[in-house]
Write a protein that binds this ligand. Structure first.
Ligand code: URA
Length: 314
């Protein structure tokens, strides 16, 4: 989807830049070696899109790994409409999220209003700025959610992806693992993403609020407000071509609207110059599987704009 290069040296420069960004990203995650090439026929992720790889080997210096993800519940299969076969099972998504330092003890509120400035232009500068932003978020005490979180939950996936999914806020599992959408709703979201023709880790996934609201309640307006500068900076650095807003809170947090998701879904909106497709949250689909058909229609709108096709059958 990128413009063809008139001069092959430009393309070479761009490839070299991407490879450098990838290596720096690995470095930032605490990886201490580069991934091996995949075995033939092995399903494995791409990051960035042109660089298939496996998750890095365990780093003896890194903090203890997060708990195993729960297997998807059997009824969580993302059933596509008749013309589409669900993709085969695959390995869990790799963890590309920056390692967060444990949150600092809560300080006086409000904290300084600093948010990393997204002036970075090159992919590696954007990735570096995202890392800075993630560590800033990790010690945030701008709202009461900081008091009860285990850790902040910044993002997972490709930080320079063309497509970004925005959810509501971390749940219990996300709070423990430090990554968004790793619980049952996340398992379904991963199936939706695979159904769109993306490999694991190829898209960027984040939330309106970065800390778990207690008892999984909806984040309050002041909590969304406290986090909205972080989200704006995050999206400006990722620079996705399109955003998918998952559920009412996501679209309300992005646009400030109070309209319900049933009215908004399937209709393009704009967030800071980026087209946004609102659709139902995967947690809602777990309760209401018949709504998968509408979600698939919405995702197909996005796929059409991005030139994506569902993976071939077989
Ligand atoms: N629901 C969300 O909106 N975000 C998560 O990260 C997990 C569940």
């Amino acid at each position: 989807m990128d413009e063809p290069h008139a001069d092959p040296r430009d393309e070479l420069f761009e490839i070299a830049t991407s490879v450098r960004a990838l290596v720096e990203w690995y470095d930032g995650t605490g990886a201490w070696g580069l991934p091996l090439a995949p075995a033939r026929g092995q399903v494995e992720p791409a990051y960035p899109a042109a660089e298939p790889h496996e998750a890095p080997p365990p780093n003896p210096r890194a903090p203890a790994p997060p708990a195993e993800r729960r297997p998807a519940p059997s009824d969580a299969t993302f059933a596509q409409p008749a013309q589409f076969t669900p993709p085969p099972e695959r390995a869990p998504a790799p963890q590309f999220t920056p390692q967060f330092t444990p949150p600092a003890p809560p300080a006086e509120r409000p904290q300084r209003a600093a948010v990393a400035r997204p002036e970075a232009r090159t992919p590696e500068a954007r990735i570096e700025q995202l890392r800075v932003l993630a560590s800033e978020v990790a010690s945030c005490t701008r709202c009461g959610l900081a008091d009860r979180r285990t850790q902040t939950v910044f993002a997972r996936g490709n930080p320079i992806s063309e497509l970004c999914f925005v959810g509501e806020g971390p749940g219990a599992e996300e709070d423990l693992q430090g990554e968004p959408f790793v619980g049952p709703a996340g398992q379904l979201l991963d199936k939706m993403i695979a159904a769109m023709g993306y490999r694991p880790g190829e898209v960027y996934i984040c939330n309106i609020v970065k800390c778990r609201p207690p008892e999984n309640r909806k984040p309050q307006p002041e909590e969304m407000d406290a986090c909205k500068g972080y989200l704006a900076a995050q999206i400006e650095l990722v620079r996705p071509k399109y955003i998918v807003a998952l559920g009412a809170t996501a679209i309300q947090g992005l646009l400030g609207t109070t309209e319900g998701i049933t009215k908004l879904r399937g209709k393009w909106k704009m967030y800071r110059g980026i087209p946004v497709m609102p659709t139902f949250h995967p947690a809602y689909l777990l309760r209401q599987p018949s709504a998968k058909r509408e979600v698939w229609t919405d995702l197909q709108e996005v796929m059409a704009r991005l030139g994506k096709k569902p993976p071939a059958r077989g």
